[in-house]
Design a protein around this ligand. Structure first.
Ligand SMILES: NC(=O)c1ccc[n+]([C@@H]2O[C@H](COP(=O)([O-])OP(=O)(O)OC[C@H]3O[C@@H](n4cnc5c(N)ncnc54)[C@H](O)[C@@H]3O)[C@@H](O)[C@H]2O)c1
Length: 267
């Protein structure tokens, strides 16, 4: 399967690549905003990226998914490498930080509720919604032509509750859920499957970085190692991604899979 994974030089996207590249049947292109993005939070991501890129079935292309020229350029390269056969896309690029720097690095806004600055709101929304929409507008026509495709969008459990301190992030991730449902309905007749995964807290380097800025009870969740209400490991989420694009999951479309060790229940 030819698979495209966005925002994948670090964190969850890189981990999905690690898991999916184990099968030689998969050819994977990963994209990210810049070469610097990989070690923005930790040099471990850069080391893992180097190892993964040494595999024959993985390549990387850089570009900002919120810049029209970059998206066009990425798309031209993807079409050439995949020879117009794009079977699957995992729209992973995102994150709960604003900032337009080319490391895609930042801290949470000081005012993170409904009084957030419009500029920061726009940055967070674009990072979490437009990055998926901009690339999907390019990829969907190819999948339609091929009458085959698997699209995985990435939301968050923050889309499912009315947390007031993640205003822009939760609204953008809720939009991803709505977008998934619309796409699933419209693309069913083209044999294109569209599903969404909502991870709960997951131990990526960005998560660890932003944890320092969170409330004490949020910091405590990281200590729990067994049972429910614990933080996921990246492999927990990547294995769900692997399942959603597998033959065994062909029965699903338009579904929202919440992978969160029960975090969103009763909140
Ligand atoms: N880690 C968690 O706890 C958690 C929980 C729920 C949802 N998620 C979601 O999972 C995804 C990955 O999260 P992560 O923790 O690995 O974060 P991360 O910040 O490490 O990864 C996000 C990636 O998106 C890229 N990106 C950002 N803006 C971009 C742009 N304009 N163009 C191209 N690439 C861009 C970044 O460079 C980065 O590689 C995000 O969509 C995030 O919202 C994460």
């Amino acid at each position: 399967m030819n698979i495209l994974i966005t925002g994948a030089s670090r964190g969850l996207g890189l981990n999905h690549t690690k898991i999916l590249s184990k099968s030689n049947k998969n050819k994977i292109i990963i994209t990210d905003i810049s070469e610097q993005a990989s070690d923005a939070f930790s040099s471990k991501d850069r080391l893992n990226l180097k190892h993964i890129l040494s595999k024959k079935n993985v390549s990387i292309i850089y570009g900002d998914l919120n810049k029209k020229g970059d998206v066009n350029n990425l798309f031209d390269k993807i079409k050439t490498i995949f020879k117009n056969k794009i079977d699957c896309i995992i729209c992973n690029a995102g994150g709960d930080i604003p900032g337009n720097n080319n490391n895609a690095f930042g801290n949470k806004p000081k005012q993170n509720d409904y009084m957030i600055s419009t500029e920061e709101f726009d940055q967070i929304f674009k990072r979490n919604f437009n990055t998926s929409m901009n690339i999907l507008k390019k990829i969907i026509p190819i999948m339609k032509k091929n009458k085959y495709g698997k699209i995985v969008t990435i939301s968050s459990i923050n889309a499912l509750s009315d947390l007031s301190n993640e205003f822009a992030y939760s609204i953008s991730k809720k939009s991803i859920i709505h977008y998934t449902k619309i796409l699933a309905r419209d693309l069913k007749k083209y044999n294109i499957q569209v599903n969404c995964i909502c991870p709960g807290p997951t131990l990526t380097t960005r998560f660890i970085h932003t944890l320092k800025q969170r409330k004490k009870d949020e910091k405590n969740i990281i200590k729990k190692k067994k049972g429910f209400d614990r933080v996921a490991k990246p492999d927990d989420i990547s294995n769900i991604v692997k399942f959603v694009i597998s033959k065994e999951a062909e029965i699903f479309t338009g579904q929202i899979l919440v992978a969160d060790y029960g975090f969103s229940i009763g909140r």
